[in-house]
Design a protein around this ligand. Structure first.
Ligand SMILES: Cc1cc2nc3c(=O)[nH]c(=O)nc-3n(C[C@H](O)[C@H](O)[C@H](O)COP(=O)(O)O)c2cc1C
Length: 432
């Protein structure tokens, strides 16, 4: 029988998702000054849980508070206080209401740790991001012992997720964060067993998957988010991604989520090059099955090399496109993220037929026509537009955390400014 967005899906570990729509991970920035979960997570995830999706991925939860993606992340990196455990339990309870799965995405930001969090991030090497502005410091290459520590931290955070009521975990292996940067020959220039050949570059990811599986057991969903490619010349290629996916398949993964790009090449949200050297950018292949889906062509190749369930995230906007992608047999779960910042109940509407498409917000998200668009050659404006858009979605999430409705009329320039202010304020309040 052909799967549609309404079909349930049973995963290799035995867990069943009630339908094929999953909310993609989105950083919330709602952690408190000690990076614990808060009442705002409870409000936000209760709303998303009631919104109809079969599975919700949390925003990236950090395994090391020194290297977070944002000052307001939740971090699980040591013994948890009773308060922290209670907050996670409340969060998990709210996000699993309505028979929904709630999977915790666990991550280490690596060289994409903003200077607001740490001016001296770490990575596979000392290669810094090639981006305008001074938002990211020059990283230091991790030692072998520190890499082993990273693996232990992933496993620890996963066990806390399970113990507190989350119903799955996802290792963030995409978007240029630590695990993803290890996969890239452009960034990972190590000469030890963690660098060089693809086998070595993928060692951190594979060892992490094994450690996490050991920590949570065989009956608990374990997922990875992987780039279909980095879209940067000399970076993690699509051919690399196919091989890594086949190795992950052999590890008995429950769901592989396919995305693509990094901060330098943010194809994950449909944006182009953000670097100081755009000549190194690679273009993305368009899908012929569902034109709206950014990474479907890449998923097709991964499908032929694997048997595990696949989720594809990025660009899905219509029921027709989602169902065509599922019917093609290329993938099993449709990931949607940004539309859920504008309409948290959209999954229900798509499933019931009350809506055929997600709400259109793209027009609001342009700083201005022509030179101010995402393809502007002016680096600073390009960066402002990119971060302004990101800020726009983040501010909608903060609104929902406060119990308010999203404000689709919000201007992108004011979002850029207010988001920056919010991040600085959150960083200065941190109790480290
Ligand atoms: C505000 C925002 C926050 C995000 N945070 C995360 C994150 O924490 N982890 C992650 O893997 N992806 C993150 N993403 C990427 C989304 O999960 C998704 O891959 C991307 O938005 C493309 O899907 P869409 O076109 O349905 O929005 C984020 C995207 C946005 C817009």
């Amino acid at each position: 029988m052909t799967a549609t967005i309404a079909s349930p899906l049973t995963l290799p570990c035995g867990a069943t998702l009630k339908n094929r729509i999953a909310k993609g991970a989105m950083t919330e920035g709602l952690g408190d000054a000690r990076n614990r979960a808060t009442e705002a997570h409870v409000r936000l995830y209760r709303r998303w849980a009631e919104g109809g999706a079969g599975m919700l991925l949390t925003g990236n939860v950090q395994i090391d508070r020194r290297y977070m993606e944002r000052p307001g992340n939740v971090a699980i990196d040591g013994p948890q206080s009773n308060e922290a455990i209670a907050a996670l339990r409340d969060y998990a309870k709210a996000g699993t209401a309505n028979g929904v799965h709630l999977w915790m995405q666990i991550s280490h930001a690596g060289r994409q740790t903003p200077a607001l969090v740490n001016k001296e991030p770490v990575g596979p090497s000392d290669k810094a991001l090639d981006m305008p502005g001074a938002q990211f410091g020059k990283p230091r290459g991790l030692t072998g012992a520190e890499i082993e520590d990273v693996i232990r931290r992933f496993a620890f955070a996963a066990s806390v997720a399970r113990d507190t009521g989350f119903t799955g975990v996802q290792i963030h292996g995409a978007h240029g964060y630590l695990v993803s940067s290890f996969l890239s020959p452009d960034v990972n220039t190590r000469t030890d067993e963690w660098g060089g050949s693809l086998e070595n570059r993928a060692r951190l990811l594979l060892e992490t998957v094994r450690a996490v599986r050991k920590a949570v057991g065989t009956d608990f969903p374990v997922s990875v988010k992987l780039n279909s490619a980095d879209f940067q010349r000399g970076g993690f290629s699509h051919e690399d991604a196919i091989r890594v996916a086949s190795w992950l398949n052999a590890e008995g993964l429950d769901l592989l989520e396919i995305s693509g790009g990094t901060y330098e090449q943010p194809r994950l949200v449909g944006l182009d090059d953000m670097t100081l050297h755009p000549e190194k950018a690679e273009t993305r292949r368009e899908s012929t099955i569902a034109r709206e889906a950014y990474f479907l062509e890449y998923a097709k190749d991964i499908r032929t090399a694997t048997t595990m369930p696949l989720m594809v995230t990025g660009g899905f906007r219509s029921v027709a496109g989602m169902n065509a992608a599922l019917a093609s047999g290329t993938m099993d779960v449709v990931g949607i993220a940004r539309p859920l910042c504008v309409d948290p109940e959209i999954a229900d509407k798509l499933l019931s037929g009350a809506a055929a498409e997600t709400p259109a917000y793209e027009k609001t998200l342009r700083l201005g026509p022509g030179i101010l668009g995402p393809h502007s050659p002016v680096n600073l404006i390009k960066a402002m537009n990119g971060w302004g858009q990101q800020g726009w979605f983040c501010l909608q999430i903060l609104r929902m955390g406060e119990g308010k409705n999203p404000d689709p009329k919000m201007g992108v320039f004011s979002a850029f400014r207010n988001y920056a202010k919010n991040e600085a304020k959150t960083a200065s309040a941190l109790q480290r």
